[in-house]
Design a binder for this molecule. Structure first.
Ligand code: PEP
Ligand code: MG
Length: 761
């Protein structure tokens, strides 16, 4: 009998667990075998099989089965369209047959002995647009599978698609399938192609950060006879290191300095932690084993906590254990930290992890699993750490100390690079160094060739970037992403702590405009320590200003901190992200006015008349832009989100990256309308999204009348050069042609004809 819905549901959950298992497992064959066993048993089928499409040959190959003869694995092979299985993948549609032999497409493979099975149900597995394989169940009875089974198998295939795609990719990642096949590459070296998140280059020994690593029993523990004395000296060294790191953080990352190693210190100071370890060692356990045992106990306690903030702390204990173990093993060495100068390969990182890595001067970061939030990439960029996202789980098994070469300009990485590869990169880097000295000098004012004035401001994420912004003569801060002090910490910063951070902005900018954006969290910008809602659609959920208006206490504190920090600034701007209506803008402004009234009452000095602005990030604003422009003191167009919402394409989802197109004719026309209609009210309008530094977008923006751009400081020199080289007349003509285009192809044609170049301005 076919299954009930509840059983199908439980099957789907088990498969979810299997996906997790996969990320930990090295043996892909075994993983696929578990999949087919589970599928067959839950659907009460006699056969469960999985076929994968071989990327090189385009052939479907039986990879795992229960029910068919085991010898048929790897032997049963068919082309797309061949047999019922090949037909399933070619058509990308399920096939459900009550008696498969009666279907003329049925193909019998002798080695499989499948003629006994009458009922046949198959569904295609696809990952994005890519055809990956076919999942099949069979049964000896005729007419066995029901439409509900078809739906269930489809759901399972969809749920497993990502994991299976990884499995398939790993199967092709034998040396012969990667670079060993390429001429001149020795067998030991392996090349991986990822995505460059932060540009740069690094060649350094690897260190993997699998989350379970430090707690796993290590066979070496038994042979490693570290005792009480060694433990105490490892403790002392760890405390010392943490102090040093803390000091570095104060200089490099003032916004997070206070608390980043707080959990570590707390643990080291907790007498139970130290006493328990001491006791186990006295009872005869080796020091590493004692540390692991006690740490596991504490992590267990933390992870059970109902409080997200405490749960988050468990990762800090892992980090502490890693340090203690490292120091235990490196007794004769001094001063070095476990990650110093290494390329760190991790499966998942939070923004606060990046700060820790930066404080230890890692050479580069490779993210080999999990997701990447836009803030992780932004922080790594602000800290100048070359970062590559390469979703190959077997990178996490790269042995400690293996040399890795990262070319984060294009996203390529080599594990154990050959001498030849190193030499080629040496040459390239030497050539790059010769040319990169160019352009660091900037004129204080930027004008086009025909003398139109354009204001260049800086986007600041971390205070450490202020230095460069000043050196490059930024005319102000056009976007301070104030969520960073929130995101990089492990709890909410107080009003006072925020005030100190914001004060540095005003001090450094010395009277130039500073536009602080209020908290922009939600979506993919998560505060791990806040028990906020789990939303199905976070980008359309309680994000940005919506979050602030819902959490008024947090909003009030931030506004108070800004007003107090900028008390004497001649040009303080507060801008609200993701404004969706004039009513919402008014409510946000009202909060500022109330905060000012309270501060007056409390006799606390604060700015008397901040400029209040809105970020234009939602298409909803386009129709009411004239009215909003009359009420706001300034506007800033966040083209990153504007594009995302205009085109309903998540900016961090690579599966829809083809849809995320700032050059979409509708995005271009909407931007032109915003500038044109806001122009009447004379409010300053800027663009602070990524397009503001793209070589062939900048002339378009100038052409539609924009005169204020805000970009990450490192892009300022090239941006100034680009603007100086263009004239307003030509930019206007270019914009006219772009706006006349109604298809991608036409936009592309115009871009090609004008040939401004496509990289960063
Ligand atoms: C934008 O959306 O364009 C923007 C500048 O904001 P963020 O990238 O921080 O969302
Ligand atoms: Mg935005």
């Amino acid at each position: 009998m076919a299954n009930s819905k509840t059983e199908h549901l439980s099957l789907i959950c088990d498969i979810g667990e299997l996906s997790n298992l996969m990320s930990e497992s090295k043996d892909i064959d075994n993983f696929l075998q578990q999949v087919v066993q589970l599928v067959a048993s839950h659907l009460n089928a006699d056969v469960g099989s999985i076929y994968l499409l071989e990327a090189n040959s385009g052939t479907l190959v039986l990879k795992a089965t229960v029910g068919l003869h085991p010898d048929s694995v790897e032997r049963v092979r068919m082309e797309l369209g061949e047999g019922l299985v090949g037909w399933t993948l070619e058509q990308m549609a399920p096939v459900c047959e009550g008696d498969a032999c009666l279907n003329p497409r049925f193909k019998y493979f002798e080695s499989s002995m499948e003629e006994r099975f009458k009922s046949f149900l198959s569904v295609p597995i696809r990952y994005g647009a890519e055809k990956t394989g076919v999942l099949v169940v069979q049964h000896t009875d005729a007419n066995y599978f029901t439409p509900a089974d078809v739906l269930a198998l489809k759901a399972i295939a969809a749920q497993l698609a990502g994991t299976i795609a990884h499995a398939r990719m790993m199967m092709t990642l034998t040396p012969s399938a990667t670079t060993a096949a390429a001429p001149g590459m020795p067998a030991g070296m392996r090349m991986f192609k990822g995505e460059a998140a932060v540009h740069g280059f690094a060649l350094a020994p690897a260190m993997t950060m699998r989350s379970s690593d430090p707690l796993m029993e290590d066979v070496a523990d038994d042979q490693f006879h570290a005792g009480l004395k060694d433990f105490r000296s490892a403790m002392a060294k760890t405390i010392d290191q943490l102090h040093q790191l803390q000091e570095q953080m104060v200089r490099r990352l003032p916004e997070s300095a206070v608390l980043i190693f707080e959990a570590h210190h707390m643990m080291l100071k907790d007498p139970r932690f130290v006493q328990e370890i001491t006791q186990f060692i006295t009872d005869g356990l080796s020091a590493p084993a004692a540390i692991r045992r006690v740490a596991r106990h504490f992590i267990g306690l933390f992870e059970k906590s109902a409080n997200a903030y405490i749960r988050e702390k468990s990762k800090d204990i892992e980090d502490l254990v890693r340090r203690l173990l490292f120091n235990l093993r490196q007794q004769p060495m001094t001063g070095q930290s476990p990650m110093d100068g290494r390329i760190v390969i991790a499966s998942q990182l939070y923004p606060s992890d990046i700060l820790k890595l930066a404080s230890e001067s890692v050479a580069g970061i490779i993210l080999a699993g999990g997701g990447v939030t836009s803030h992780v990439a932004i922080i790594a960029r602000s800290l100048n750490i070359p970062t590559i996202i390469a979703m190959y789980p077997d990178l996490l098994t790269v042995p400690y100390d293996t040399p890795v070469l990262m070319d984060a300009d294009v996203g390529t990485l080599y594990v154990d690079p050959s001498r030849d590869v190193r030499r080629r990169y040496d040459e390239r880097n030497r050539a790059l160094r010769k040319t990169s000295g160019r352009g660091v000098k900037m004129a204080p004012e930027t004008r086009t060739r025909d003398k139109a004035r354009v204001h260049l401001m800086a986007n600041i994420n971390l205070l450490s970037e202020l230095e460069l912004a000043l050196k490059l003569k930024a005319e102000g801060i056009g976007l301070y992403r104030s969520e960073f002090p929130f995101i990089v910490r492990s709890d909410l910063p107080s009003e006072e702590e925020q005030r100190l951070v914001y004060e540095r902005l005003f001090d450094k900018m010395d009277g130039r405009p500073v536009w602080i954006r209020t908290l922009d969290v939600g979506g993919d910008k998560v505060l791990p320590y806040l028990d906020t809602l789990q939303e199905d659609n976070p980008e359309l959920g309680l994000r940005s200003i919506r979050f602030s208006l819902k959490h008024r206490d947090i909003f009030d504190q931030q506004v108070r901190a800004i007003l107090r920090a900028g008390a004497h600034s001649p040009s303080l701007g507060i801008m609200f992200p993701m404004i969706s209506s004039i009513d919402e803008f008014r409510t946000a402004c009202q909060t500022v006015r109330q905060a000012m009234a309270m501060l007056t009452e409390e006799n606390l000095s604060h700015h008397p008349k901040p400029k209040l602005g809105a970020m234009i990030e939602l298409p909803a604003i386009v129709e009411i832009i004239d009215e909003l422009a009359r009420e706001a003191d300034f506007l800033s167009i966040g083209t990153n989100d504007f594009t995302q919402y205009m085109l309903a394409a998540d900016r961090t989802n690579k599966h829809v990256s083809a849809y995320y197109q700032p050059y979409h004719p509708s995005v271009l026309r909407a931007l032109a309308r915003i500038i044109q209609r806001a122009a009447g009210s004379q409010v300053p309008v800027s663009v602070c999204g990524e397009v503001a530094h793209q070589k062939d977008f900048v002339p378009f923006l100038i052409g539609i009348g924009l005169r204020r751009l805000s970009v990450d400081p490192q892009f300022l020199p090239a941006l100034q050069r680009t603007i100086r080289a263009m004239s307003v007349n030509r930019a206007e003509e270019y914009a006219r042609q772009m706006l006349a285009a109604s298809t991608f192809a036409q936009v592309e044609q115009v871009r090609k004809e004008w040939d401004w170049g496509s990289d960063s301005a």
